[in-house]
Structures are given as C-alpha cells and as structure tokens.
Design a protein around this ligand. Structure first.
Ligand SMILES: CC(=O)SCCNC(=O)CCNC(=O)[C@H](O)C(C)(C)COP(=O)(O)OP(=O)(O)OC[C@H]1O[C@@H](n2cnc3c(N)ncnc32)[C@H](O)[C@@H]1OP(=O)(O)O
Length: 409
C-alpha cells in the first residue's frame, strides 16, 4: 500500500515560499495565463494572512490560507472570523488527503490559539467542504433581468440623480455607505483599507471579456458594474453585470437599479441579492427577472460554546443539543443553549438528556440565521428527541433579515 505520509511536512509558509505558492495556485486553479494578476490578488488579500503549506520532499503541494476579519452575525453583531482562502492542491497530488490534512491542522491551530470562534469560506465547488464541518450559511440569488424592465408604478425613485465617478474617486464615496449598510446587515464583512484596495483591483486579465469596472453613485448608495459586449442580427445585446449594489434607502436602491437597467445598448442586467432581495416586488412583470439561488458563504463552528454565545437570538429558547463533530472533537457532546428575551445566550456543557441531535456542519449552516434548522431536519440532518425542540431552536437562530455576503475571497 502507498504510504502517503512519507516525506510530508505541514508548516506556515515564509516569503521564500511565495513564488512556489503562486505556481501552485496557478496550476490548481487552471489559471496559468494570469500569473501577474493573481499575484496581485494574493498580495493584497494575504498581506496579513497566514499561508499554511503542505510539503512533500520539500515541494509545496498544498495550501490553505486564512486572514482574521470581522463578520456580522445575528443580529448585525460584529465578531472575528477566520476568512479561509486560496485552498489549492497540486493536480498530480490530488485525492491523497492533502486538503484533509490542511483543514485538520488549520482548525486545530485556530482552536489552540483561542482566536476566532468561527471560520468562513467561499467554496469553488459545493461538494468539497461539508465533510470538514462547513455548512452553507448564506445563499445568494443571481438575477438575470431583461434590460429596461419597468418597475411597478408606485416605486419611488426619489429626486437624487445617479452619477458616475472615476474609480479613483469611488472608494472614498462608497466606503461610508458600505459601513452604514454593513452595520445593520448580517453576513457582511467589515472592510479595511486592504479590502477596499482589493475591491478596486481591476487588472484587464481578470475581467473575463468584460469592460473595466465602473462606479455609479447616489447620496445613499453606490453600484460597481461592468459591461459585456454582444452584437446580434437584431443589434446590440450587451449584458451589464453588477459587481455590487449597496443602498441605505429604498429610493437609492430603486434609483441605482433603474440607472443600470436603462443603460443604452444593453439587453440584460445581472445582479445578485440576498434571498429576501426586493427584486421580484419592484418589477411590474416579476418574471422579467429570473433568480437562481446559489450557495455563498460557508461557516464552520470552530469553538461551539464561544460561537453560539457571541451571536444574538431571535426568540427565547432553552434546549440541550447533542453534537457530533469528529474533526473538532472538543465540540462533541451535549450542550445547553439558553437564550433570553433580550437575545443574549449562555452555552454550557451538560449531562441532561438531549432535546435534539445534529452535527457541527448543520450548526455552521444555521449560524447566520439564513438556513433554517427545520429545513436541515426535513433532510434528516437534525434529529428531534423532544417534540417542538427543532422548531423552537430554528426560530431562535433566525436572523431578522436574510444574511447577505458580498465579499468573495
Ligand atoms: C476556500 C477556497 O479556496 S475554495 C478553492 C478550492 N480549490 C480549488 O477548487 C482548486 C482545484 N482543486 C484542488 O486544488 C483540490 O482538488 C482540492 C483542494 C479541492 C481537494 O484537494 P485534495 O487534496 O484532493 O482533497 P483530499 O484528498 O483531502 O480529499 C478529501 C475528500 O474530499 C473529496 N473531494 C476533494 N475535492 C473534491 C471535489 N472537488 N469534489 C468532490 N469531492 C472532493 C475527496 O474525494 C475525499 O473524499 P473521501 O474522504 O471520501 O475519500
């Protein structure tokens, strides 16, 4: 039998490893044509990040990186989270447990350091991370809308005009608007100078055939977007693709969306929203927008007691949860979660009989209040021992608004 552990070392990379890391990422992500652009991306994103590497006989064959950032959890409480990114394994070393080893080590280190109680990531493929205890916690809806689609007549666009500004001016205008928005919305990352540098990073090689990023602003919102050209026998049929649209008032949201929908030469607008996005109710013909739900941010509960105690609860609840979590065994066992009417919770170990049983993965999925525990129970992923316990905990875990995560990393 092949011994896959021979000659292996897992360690934090140093600057001397960065060139090999770039090569690994380019090969694993099938992106060898975009070396300079991805180097720029990694340098910004991982400036203060930790790059964990797996080496076989001195060769870097796997990476899992992480940066500590602040994420809003229910209800819009800012907490530290490990933002996991740039996970890659050399194609000629796949399916030999390299990723599994890196995930185990990353979670163990985080637990031992006593840092963030949760980790978060965007999955390149949806089948990868549930086995490592990551549950899909935010869902985004990707809308494809017919350009010029009319709003319902009662929709108020307000009196403020939308104008476009140069990318160099845009961040200073967008930043306070995003901060105000993120402070009252679950699932948003706090953006530092580094994060805004990344939002503005726009090398031609990463535009996938679309134009440079443009910025539309309004006193109460902003949108960044691109256009993709398409000429047909009927004339221009461009697609305007919105990178993000942020508004702090309904009128700003409607005005920005109207501006983008009415762009000359366009046939289509693509824009993403949370599962409670108002798109279908804004449009006169709701079928002018087809929405496709897609998995967005995944959450991993690293330290269950701290993670569950640091968020707020939508309703009082007192339940004992039996948790299975082979990768983070310190989470296993029975936990009492007691949340009061004010939304605060106490979480402690108990020997009392369990009201329900589930895995760390499902607690991660339900953590941001966007995935209902009742849905997971309907799939057989949560077992109820006391009648009503799943519904009670499910209601308590909900977020007031559907979580919305914009920053892809
Ligand atoms: C947060 C992010 O950065 S997301 C980006 C992830 N990276 C990529 O998509 C780049 C291209 N892919 C890769 O680099 C690699 O194939 C990885 C990282 C996805 C997987 O690395 P590997 O070392 O092959 O994973 P490993 O061998 O530990 O697999 C563990 C288990 O996951 C399964 N698995 C791994 N990758 C996949 C996948 N893409 N789809 C389905 N199952 C998968 C394996 O089959 C294995 O299952 P088993 O335990 O039942 O045998």
């Amino acid at each position: 039998m092949t011994d896959y552990t021979a000659g292996r070392e897992t360690r934090v990379m140093t600057e001397d490893d960065h060139a090999a890391h770039l090569d690994l990422v380019l090969t694993a992500f099938l992106s060898t044509d975009h070396g300079e652009e991805l180097r720029g991306s990694m340098d910004i994103q991982l400036a203060d990040g930790r790059r964990l590497g797996e080496f076989i006989d001195g060769r870097l064959v796997g990476s899992a990186c992480a940066t500590v950032r602040e994420l809003t959890v229910p209800d819009a409480v800012g907490v530290q989270a490990l933002a996991v990114s740039w996970v890659a394994v050399a194609p000629d070393q796949r399916r030999r447990g390299v990723l599994s080893g890196l995930m185990r080590r990353q979670l163990n280190d985080a637990h031992e350091d006593g840092g963030p109680a949760i980790a978060a990531l965007w999955a390149s493929e949806a089948a990868i991370y549930q086995r490592f205890g990551y549950g899909c916690a935010t869902t985004k809806v990707d809308y494809r809308v017919s350009a010029k689609a009319a709003f319902r007549p009662e929709i108020d666009l307000g009196d403020d005009r939308v104008r476009e500004v140069a990318p160099e001016e845009a961040v200073a205008i967008a930043r306070p608007l995003y901060d105000a928005y993120a402070a009252q919305r679950t699932g948003c990352w706090r953006r530092t100078d580094r994060d805004w540098r990344y939002r503005a990073y726009d090398p031609a090689g990463l535009r996938a055939g679309r134009t440079a990023q443009r910025w539309a602003v309004h006193p109460d919102g902003f949108a960044s977007f691109r256009a993709k050209h398409n000429w047909t026998e009927r004339g221009p049929d461009y697609t305007i693709s919105v990178n993000e649209l942020i508004a702090t008032t309904p009128a700003a949201h409607a005005a920005l969306l109207r501006y983008l929908l009415d762009m000359d030469l366009s046939g289509w607008l693509t824009v993403s929203g949370a599962t409670d996005d108002p798109m279908p109710v804004l449009l006169h013909n709701s079928r002018a927008a087809i929405g496709t739900p897609t998995d967005a941010l995944y959450i991993r509960v690293i330290d269950l007691d701290r993670a569950l105690a640091q968020r707020r609860y939508h309703a009082p609840v007192d339940v004992v949860i039996e948790v299975a979590d082979a990768l983070c065994p310190w989470n296993e066992g029975r936990w009492r979660l007691s949340a009061d009417e004010k939304g605060g919770a106490v979480v402690s170990r108990t020997n009392d009989p369990a009201d329900l049983a589930t895995r760390g993965t499902e607690l991660g999925a339900a953590y941001l209040g966007g995935t209902r525990l009742t849905t997971l129970a309907d799939a057989g992923l949560v077992t109820e021992h006391t009648p009503g316990a799943v519904a009670a905990l499910s209601a308590a875990l909900l977020s007031q608004r559907a979580p919305r995560t914009l920053d892809v990393f």
